[in-house]
Design a protein around this ligand. Structure first.
Ligand SMILES: [Zn+2]
Length: 259
């Protein structure tokens, strides 16, 4: 024991001991740099096709399994959207976010997080205009500028479009040249702002194949989400809009849900 004590006595000298600790930290840091350069990321980045849908989501046969799609409009919002994403991550649920182009600036990180965590992203216009009151050129501009804002944030351009207010006419359908996704379950989170009422309405109207309309801009929606999921998840498999409708790139038409 005496020999061992003498051999490590230098560790008790403050200068040598500090030098030893610094050397250990340097070796650890160099190891991290080496690993970050040479190693594969532990969590694989989801693969996407050219139009931006995730191709590595598990396939779900919504004709056999009772599926339901959560969709969130009007974000990204700096406070509410991260709360919604936290809840979805904790529950291992993938949803669809229809983003407003003018809201992307300054929230690119949130958009990238949506994509990185496997959610589907759709176009919800540039400034939430009623498209039926616009000229064809204005419709084109609203859609194109939103596609560009999303692409510029590093996220694949969407293939889904949700018209603000669900307002669609033949001109809008012809000019959108995207898959139009509407909804058939509206818990009116935009109206009541009451988590209990939102939850009650959601549960009363939920059905297999349904598309639920919610908004990731109201704190009350984020408050309602956890209890709503807790009750719905015993009956439904949550899927994205594309999974629900078995959509492929280039599909045209309007989809309100699966019947
Ligand atoms: Zn909207």
């Amino acid at each position: 024991m005496g020999n061992v004590r003498r051999r490590f006595a230098w560790l008790l000298r403050p200068q040598l001991f500090v030098g030893f600790i610094v050397a250990c930290l340097c070796i650890g840091a160099l190891g991290n740099v080496y690993r970050s350069v040479h190693a594969s990321p532990i969590v694989p980045t989801p693969k996407t096709d050219v139009k931006g849908a995730h191709t590595n989501l598990p396939s779900v046969d919504c004709q056999k399994v009772p599926c339901i799609a959560l969709t969130f409009d009007d974000g990204p919002d700096p406070q509410v959207t991260p709360r919604v994403l936290d809840t979805l991550a904790a529950e291992h649920i993938k949803a669809t976010f229809f983003v407003v182009g003018r809201n992307v600036a300054g929230k690119e990180d949130i958009l990238r997080r949506m994509h990185r965590e496997g959610h589907e992203i759709g176009n919800h216009s540039w400034d939430h205009a009623d498209f039926t009151k616009l000229s064809p050129a204005q419709v084109d501009a609203e859609l194109a500028s939103t596609q560009s804002a999303i692409s510029a944030a590093g996220v694949p351009a969407p293939r889904l479009f949700r018209p603000p207010y669900g307002a669609v006419n033949d001109m809008v359908k012809n000019h959108a040249n995207m898959t139009i996704v509407r909804w058939d379950i509206d818990p009116e989170d935009w109206l009541s702002r009451d988590p209990v009422k939102i939850n009650e309405s959601l549960l009363a109207h939920a059905r297999p194949g349904g598309i639920i309309l919610m908004h990731d801009i109201y704190p009350s929606t984020a408050d309602a989400l956890t209890p709503a999921i807790d009750q719905l998840k015993t009956h439904y498999q949550f899927v994205t809009a594309s999974q629900l409708m078995s959509l492929s790139a280039g599909d045209q038409g309007q989809f309100f849900g699966r019947r």
